[in-house]
Design a protein around this ligand. Structure first.
Ligand SMILES: [Zn+2]
Length: 100
């Protein structure tokens, strides 16, 4: 048994963690709103990478993960999320989407 596999590095906070009060829906399934901490690990990582990336792009309508899932942010109190993603207001808001 090599020591390499059992290397336990304590997860470090990069800048700061995302706030837990961001909610998302899978694209096409507006009834299934979940909180960010319920995301699959890969999608959470994609979200975090997007949120931490340097500004310079336009805000995104959706988060597209490499696993094939797409998510829309329905609400967030996290400024970095709000900077990176258009929020969609959730299934009950019935709002109009911003022109893309
Ligand atoms: Zn994913």
């Amino acid at each position: 048994m090599g020591g390499e596999a059992s290397r336990k590095v304590r997860a470090r906070k990069r800048r700061s963690a995302l706030r837990p009060d961001t909610a998302l829906i899978p694209v096409g399934e507006p009834e299934r709103e979940i909180y960010v901490w319920s995301l699959p690990a890969c999608c959470l990582r994609s979200l975090r990478e997007s949120a931490m990336s340097e500004v310079g792009e336009r805000r995104r309508l959706e988060l597209d993960c490499s696993c094939g899932r797409s998510w829309r942010v329905t609400s967030s109190l996290d400024g970095r999320i709000l900077d990176r993603f258009v929020t969609h207001g959730g299934p009950r808001a019935g709002g109009s989407y911003p022109a893309a």
